[in-house]
Design a protein around this ligand. Structure first.
Ligand code: ZN
Length: 320
């Protein structure tokens, strides 16, 4: 482990530029160091902010590659760009039959489908259905129109339109354009003593406890509604990859908290109880973004659709 604690280059250069402009420094002056902070995390994990991994190989990634990543942040207030290159999706049933309990015509990315196969290999989810996956702009518009028609039968037109667009965002603002998101239907014995619908079945409780191990996050946890802005998607899940899901689990963050921490600190390092070491790095988005990756690590990159690019990697082979 490199003991040097360095500020991210772009922050250092920006700070240096400001100081030079103010006439406070010459170019020979050493860069300031950023304090390394330990952030709150679940028991057994150590989460550190502001530290950078040892120097490695500089790898560049194009905007197109970054926009195929698994960490795009999409909301009604933050839609995908008009030139967004649509993700590749496959019909789940035509790829793996009923190995995954998906309704007909549910489409997801191959990576998401294979992660679901891993998960159902461990727990077949016999009383659960995946009801909706990726939606085309036309399908999203049709869904919104159907909701409007339903509300219009009982509400004034303006109110019906407001409710329909609030519940079913315009195509650009819905996560269902991503090939990594899906909605669940939980069948079987329901324990109504749980206020949270996700916790009412054994499958639901198992997913809440173990979904992260397979790369899945519950995207809009009811207890985080003030942060996500969404309180009517209790059964909406998303694949973000095992390393990001582990970070979110260890810190007990929703996606909003995770990207905010990445923007604020530039680098996060997580050590798991099993001894695995995971790094997440963040830089402003440009046409090409490059990250310094240690030679022993393979990384996953993604734009976050908020003006930043994120890279995550594990430095060792420990399982978690
Ligand atoms: Zn959904």
């Amino acid at each position: 482990m490199n003991a040097k604690n360095r500020i991210p280059l772009y922050l250092a250069l920006a700070a240096l530029g400001l100081m030079l402009a103010a006439g406070h420094l010459t170019m020979e002056t050493a860069l300031p160091t950023q304090a390394v902070m330990t952030l709150p995390s679940r028991e057994g994990y150590t989460l550190t902010a502001g530290e950078l991994p040892p120097t490695g190989e500089r790898l560049s990634f194009s905007r197109e590659t970054l926009y195929q990543g698994n960490l795009l942040y999409v909301s009604p207030q933050n839609p995908l760009p008009a030139d967004y290159p649509a993700q590749q999706a496959r019909d789940v049933r035509s790829l793996v039959g009923l190995y995954i309990p998906a309704a007909a015509h549910v489409s997801l990315s191959e990576e998401t489908i294979y992660a679901l196969c891993d998960l159902t290999g461990q727990n077949p989810l016999l009383s659960t259905w995946i009801m909706a996956g990726m939606r085309s702009p036309g399908e999203q518009a049709a869904l919104q129109k159907a909701a409007f028609s339903a509300y219009q039968s009982t509400l004034p037109v303006v109110e019906a339109l407001r409710k329909a667009t609030q519940e079913i965002p315009d195509s650009g603002g819905s996560e269902h354009q991503l090939a990594t998101c899906f909605d669940l239907r939980l069948d079987g014995l329901q324990d109504w003593s749980y206020a949270d619908p996700m916790a009412r079945t054994a499958d639901g409780r198992w997913l809440l406890e173990h979904g992260w191990r397979y790369g899945f996050i519950r995207r809009y946890p009811p207890e985080k509604a003030a942060l996500t802005g969404i309180d009517n998607e209790a059964l909406h899940w998303r694949y973000v990859g095992r390393l990001h899901a582990l970070m979110l689990h260890a810190a007990d963050w929703c996606l909003e908290e995770y990207v905010q921490a990445l923007h604020a600190y530039g680098a996060l390092r997580l050590q798991t109880p099993e001894g695995a070491e995971i790094w997440a790095l963040c830089q402003p988005m440009e046409e090409d973004v490059s990250f310094d990756i240690p030679p022993d690590a393979s990384c996953e990159v993604s734009a976050d659709n908020l003006g930043w690019a994120v890279c995550v990697f594990q430095r060792d082979q420990s399982s978690f």
